[in-house]
Design a protein around this ligand. Structure first.
Ligand SMILES: Nc1ncnc2c1ncn2[C@@H]1O[C@H](COP(=O)(O)OP(=O)(O)OP(=O)(O)O)[C@@H](O)[C@H]1O
Ligand SMILES: [Mg+2]
Length: 318
């Protein structure tokens, strides 16, 4: 039995299909659901945490059906939404204790001491949350989520808005939880984090799962090298054989090349011949960002995907 199993899980809002027949298993790993705004990530998490009923299909968490056995499901999981309400007028300890009591945890005081220590908050446990940094608040939310020893942890955008050091600390904690055998399901817009810390990622667009694998496998599957060209002024694709444009945004064109080293001088030549001014031309291995843009871009091509808008969204969230 996998910690999370979904079969054709589907959710409509009126006539809008937010999650479309999603089939997935996640077990004792860090799994990230990636997708542009409005692609159905939160809807998916809400269904799995029993906060929203599916329209059709089925899913289990720790073997319990999310519709028929909601209470058992809720007992085995914890969910940290993007904007969690910690009470800033209470201390960290009081916040965690409130959670422990709500969950009916035995020995709430000891358990709270334990989770605060795990999240390295012991020294500040009796300070008002109002005085905590963003990173400390996020750690407190994680501490709260751990009071009842969940088997499965859902985290919506766990590091959004945190500085680099705070993000690294949160990831140390998440990785440690996974090592202890917990199943962690996150959503994120940070491709670098998904690449580095997640065992597998799923890419979802308009409710449909388009790719599902380990980041390294997804990058390898793209196969080819990536060539990026920073353009000065007007851009047109000079159309070179063996080189495919997959994204153009913010004056940067990204190409997939079967053989990057051979293609680079050909592309440079083609740019010169077409009178396109290039500031820099670089060859590199594909990143998860490339996989994402390639996957999402491909699916949206027929309806005119606005990559500029999408990139802006990604940048804004960084
Ligand atoms: N309560 C609702 N009523 C109607 N439509 C909704 C509702 N909640 C979400 N939607 C729609 O369902 C789709 C999926 O939304 P969802 O919030 O799951 O996306 P998301 O991937 O979490 O987006 P984001 O990255 O912005 O958080 C969107 O088109 C959204 O507008
Ligand atoms: Mg969301």
């Amino acid at each position: 039995m996998n910690a999370i199993e979904t079969h054709d899980l589907t959710r409509y809002y009126g006539t809008l299909c937010a999650v479309n027949r999603l089939t997935l298993s996640v077990d004792r790993e860090i799994f990230a659901l990636l997708g542009p705004n409005g692609s159905g990530k939160t809807t998916m998490v809400l269904m799995l945490t029993t906060l929203l009923l599916p329209t059709s299909g089925s899913a289990t968490v720790s073997g319990h059906d999310i519709v028929r056995s909601g209470q058992q499901v809720r007992r085995t999981l914890s969910y940290v939404p993007q904007d969690m309400a910690v009470d800033i007028k209470l201390t960290g300890r009081e916040n965690a204790l409130l959670f422990a009591r709500l969950y009916g945890v035995l020995n709430p005081k000891d358990r709270v001491d334990e989770v605060l220590a795990v999240m390295q908050l012991t020294g500040r446990a009796d300070d008002l949350v109002r005085t905590y940094s963003g990173g400390m608040r996020r750690r407190l939310e994680l501490a709260q989520a751990l009071v009842h020893e969940p088997e499965v942890l859902f985290l919506d955008e766990p590091t959004l808005g945190l500085d680099v050091a705070a993000r690294a600390t949160i990831w140390e904690h998440i990785t440690a939880l996974k090592k202890d055998g917990m199943t962690i399901f996150i959503t994120t817009h940070y491709m670098d984090e998904a690449d580095r810390f997640c065992n597998r990622v799923g890419i979802i667009t308009k409710g449909t799962l388009l790719a599902l694998d380990a980041p390294s496998a997804l990058k390898a599957h793209m196969g080819n090298d990536v060539i990026t060209a920073r353009i000065d002024g007007e851009f047109r694709d000079p159309a070179v054989d063996g080189v495919t444009l997959f994204s153009y945004a913010n004056n940067e064109a990204s190409y997939l090349a079967e053989n990057g080293r051979e293609a680079l001088p050909l592309l440079a030549d083609a740019f010169i011949k077409s009178g396109i001014r290039v500031r820099s031309l670089a060859l590199r291995e594909p990143t998860l960002d490339d996989v994402f843009l390639h996957t999402v871009g491909k699916s949206e091509e027929p309806v005119g995907f606005d990559q500029t808008k999408f990139r802006t969204m990604l940048r804004r969230r960084k």
